[in-house]
Structures are given as structure tokens and as C-alpha cells.
Design a protein around this ligand. Structure first.
Ligand SMILES: *Cc1c(COP(=O)(O)O)cnc(C)c1O
Length: 359
């Protein structure tokens, strides 16, 4: 195979890399520590549902029943929902539906990599408006850049991965009014903020806005690959044009249906994670170390800044814990992202920080 056979736009493009897992405690990808099937009544329900699931015929193209359950969950109509093979597929569909080679997209940074990965695969340009050193976004500057660049898509990750910071609804509305075309609000972590500052209830007023959500995080279903888009009927049908007819396999659809019947389990888990997040935040903030900046978060992870990243990574490795770090030399080399899970893991994390900064 000859590299020049590749489309020009992907010949020099950086694919998204997934870190290899070599340790027992994996808290680098914001996954849930609990499987829904650990809960006996959920497991019974799942086994029944899977037993009824036929695989000799194709799945329903729009996952009708799951779509109706999601619509109810977000208080919309089924026609306002498109279910995808993870939020990642939804980002690909948005990219294929809207972004051409000469287009621009605007994001703030640092944020979720997949927006840029999608745009650059099309040969489009990503313009990033950097947050300040306290990870605060500059709304005025963001709007100026939108007005100047006239992007096809503006992505707002709310709350933001990896910083854990929130955009307020007022800020979002101001940005929406300034954007000439599509605005995607990515609310992958919104349940961890109890849906406060979600744009969903106001969506009817903003026909150019679509909201990306996922069952990977609050619903603990990263392995099932279930994401969804919420928008006007027109927006959903535009994005659906590029969808493969059977994008969601029957098992994913079944798992999603079961999970949405047990929202109480999700809510309890979210509350536990919120509690453990605050405990971890307090403990790390109280370490009395000038070289450690812990950012308040409304998600299921904490973002920290320190010049001691190499030393910490070594200690984490020794403790059998994988956290998210960034390439040396990159803009985020002095940051780490830590997924919040159990009290026991919290204690190990606190120990690692205490040991590293004591030496
Ligand atoms: C996890 C995540 C998603 C969606 O992930 P999927 O597992 O593909 O559904 C989308 N956006 C952000 C910011 C995320 O962190």
C-alpha cells in the first residue's frame, strides 16, 4: 500500500490514540467503575431483553423504542432524537453532514479532541480559542473569532472535557446568537451537573443548535456505544442523511432500552460520584502544595495542574493506576485528568499525591 493513495486530507493527520492498559485501576477515560449489570434486578431485566432479541433480521434503523425512551428522558419527541454508535459516531455524522474541505470550525481549548479529528479528516480548519491559565473561557473573544471566521460548526463542550468547567446558559445563548451556522453543544457530562445549565429546555428557540449526549458516562454504558443527538426535526433529518441504515446493532439497542428503564440506578451512581468528586477535590486542594492546582469540576473527573507530572505518573504506575496525561512538549504537558470512581480509589490517589509532594 502506498501512503499517497490516502485522501490528501488524511495523509498527515493524527489519529486519536488510545493508551494501552497495563495496570488494574483504569481511570484515564472517564468510564464508570460500576457495570449496570452488577445490580441484580437490572441484570434480570437485561437477560430477559437479550433472550427476546433476534439477530437474524436487521435492527430498526432509528432504534424506535430506544429513541422514544430517550425522547422521554430529555423531554422531547422521538423525531427530535438521533441515536448513534456512541457520541463519536454522532460527531462523524455531523462532520460528514456539514463540513467541507474549505470550511472552518471553531472550538475553545483545551477541549474534546474528536471535533478537530473530524474536521481535519475532511480537510477543514479548526480554530481554537484558548482558555486563560485558570481555564476560564473568554466569551467576548470567542464571539469575535466566530464573527471573523464564520465557521460551519461551533462546538461548545458543556461541561468541558478535559477541564471540568461549565459554560453558563447566558454565555451559550450569546454565542448561539453570534454563530452563523451550526452550534453543537456537547453535554456528555451534563448529568453530573444535575442538568443545570443544559440548553435542552430552550432548544425550541434555537433551530441551528443541536445537543450531543451519550449513555457512556452517567449511564455507565461506554462499552455499548450509545450516543444521541437532540435537535429540531429538520436538523435531525439533515444529519440522518449520512447515517448508515443499520448503525446501531440489536444488542446495543437492547442494552440501552434496559438502562433507560432503570434511571434510578443511574441517579444513585451519579450522586455517589458527585460525593466522591467533592471529597477528592477537597483532599487534593488541602495538600498545601504550591505546585498543585486542582480545578473545581462539575463532571466525573478532576483536572489538575502541576510541574511534577513525570514524578506523579511514575507513582501512579507503581500504585497500579492509569490516569490521563498528555504528550511531553504539548500544551497540556503540565496537566492530568483523573476520573472519579470509588472511595477506595480516592484514597489511593490521595496517597500518591501526598507521597509525591512529600519527597
Ligand atoms: C465521552 C465523550 C463523548 C461521547 O463518547 P461516546 O462514548 O462516543 O458516546 C462525547 N463528548 C465528550 C466531551 C466526551 O468526553
Amino acid at each position: 500500500m502506498d501512503k499517497t493513495w490516502l485522501r490528501k486530507t488524511i495523509q498527515n493527520f493524527q489519529p486519536y490514540e488510545v493508551a494501552p492498559i497495563t495496570v488494574p485501576i483504569v481511570i484515564n477515560a472517564n468510564e464508570s467503575y460500576q457495570s449496570l449489570w452488577d445490580v441484580p434486578e437490572v441484570k434480570t431485566d437485561l437477560v430477559e431483553e437479550l433472550t427476546k432479541t433476534a439477530t437474524n433480521t436487521y435492527p430498526l434503523p432509528y432504534a424506535d423504542e430506544l429513541r422514544a425512551q430517550i425522547a422521554e428522558y430529555v423531554n422531547k419527541k422521538p423525531e427530535n432524537i438521533l441515536v448513534g454508535n456512541g457520541g463519536d459516531e454522532i460527531i462523524s455524522l455531523l462532520t460528514q453532514a456539514f463540513v467541507e474541505a474549505d470550511d472552518k470550525i471553531v472550538v475553545h481549548g483545551p477541549t474534546f479532541d474528536m471535533y478537530e479529528v473530524g474536521a481535519s479528516s475532511m480537510g477543514a480548519t479548526t480554530i481554537t480559542v484558548e482558555d486563560d491559565e485558570n481555564l476560564q473561557h473568554d466569551v467576548k473573544k470567542f464571539i469575535e473569532v466566530i464573527q471573523k471566521e464564520q465557521p460551519k460548526i461551533v462546538y461548545l463542550c458543556n461541561p468541558n472535557n478535559p477541564t471540568g468547567q461549565l459554560w453558563t446558559l447566558d454565555e451559550i445563548k450569546e454565542i448561539i446568537l453570534a454563530a452563523p451556522k451550526v452550534v453543537v453543544v456537547d453535554e456528555a457530562y451534563m448529568e453530573f451537573n444535575n442538568n443545570k445549565q443544559s440548553i435542552l429546555p430552550d432548544l425550541e428557540n434555537y433551530p441551528n443548535v443541536v445537543v450531543l449526549r451519550t449513555l457512556s458516562k452517567a449511564f455507565s454504558l461506554a462499552g455499548a456505544r450509545l450516543g444521541y443527538l437532540v435537535g429540531s426535526k429538520e436538523a435531525i433529518s439533515m444529519v440522518s442523511r449520512v447515517k448508515a441504515p443499520y448503525n446501531l446493532n440489536v444488542f446495543s439497542q437492547a442494552v440501552g432500552r434496559v438502562a433507560l428503564r432503570h434511571q434510578d440506578v443511574m441517579k444513585t451512581l451519579v450522586q455517589t460520584i458527585q460525593k466522591n468528586r467533592e471529597v477528592l477535590y477537597e483532599a487534593l486542594s488541602n495538600l498545601d502544595c504550591e505546585d498543585l492546582n486542582v480545578f473545581k469540576s462539575v463532571t466525573n473527573f478532576l483536572f489538575v495542574k502541576t510541574t511534577q507530572v513525570p514524578k506523579l505518573l511514575k507513582q501512579f504506575q507503581e500504585a497500579g493506576i492509569l490516569i490521563k496525561s498528555y504528550r511531553p512538549g504539548s500544551a497540556l504537558e503540565n496537566y492530568l485528568r483523573i476520573t472519579v470512581t470509588t472511595e477506595a480509589v480516592n484514597e489511593k490517589i490521595i496517597q500518591v499525591f501526598t507521597d509525591t509532594f512529600a519527597k
